[in-house]
Design a protein around this ligand. Structure first.
Ligand code: ADP
Length: 163
């Protein structure tokens, strides 16, 4: 059984993340979505809400693809989280060149910690490549329409947050 770990902050989950999750489902039998607690980043949504949003947005996707999707909050080292969930693959999305430098370093460090876990990079569809949680929050905060970037459920939560 192939188990993959897709880690992130998901504050909140966007159509970019969902695009990557859909592609990842084609590669693994079980996809663990690792939600980093990430107190340092000062997330807008508390962990429970970030988990709830992913679970509700991904339920149908799991049924449709036949891949088991599990949402798993974590606070420890990514490589330890991969071991905890039995993942042999870490999946990451690449947006722009700007992501590359950081991801390149992460792969090197994680490989030094555990060479048996491979990191796989995926790119979203062109229309979703530019979507970033940080910008979505900024647009919502300023009263803009975020419907092209997130699902209706997530949009409603963003609107409620900044009401
Ligand atoms: P992080 O805090 O680790 O950047 P995010 O929640 O922002 O976590 O993103 C999780 C993963 O999803 C990262 O690998 C990020 O590059 C990827 N990702 C986010 N948005 C997109 C997108 N629009 N297209 C492709 N990958 C994306």
């Amino acid at each position: 059984m192939r188990i993959g770990l897709y880690p992130g902050t998901f504050d909140p989950v966007t159509l970019g993340h969902i695009d990557i999750i859909t592609r990842a489902c084609a590669l693994v039998d079980r996809l663990v979505i690792g939600v980093a607690i990430n107190r340092d980043k000062g997330p807008l949504f508390p962990l429970e809400e970030r988990v709830e949003m992913i679970e509700s947005e991904c339920a149908a996707l799991g049924d449709r693809t036949g891949t088991e999707i599990v949402v798993h909050p974590f606070e420890n080292l990514l490589i330890d989280c991969a071991r905890d969930v039995g993942a042999t693959m870490i999946l990451r999305g690449l947006r722009a060149v700007a992501d590359f430098e950081y991801e390149f370093q992460m792969v090197g460090m994680n490989r030094a910690l555990d060479a048996s876990v491979e990191t796989v990079f995926l790119m979203a569809d062109a229309r979703r490549q530019a979507i970033a949680s940080k910008l979505v929050k900024e647009i919502a905060r300023l009263g803009g329409d975020v419907s092209s970037f997130v699902t209706p459920g997530v949009r409603d939560r963003l609107v409620a947050k900044f009401d």
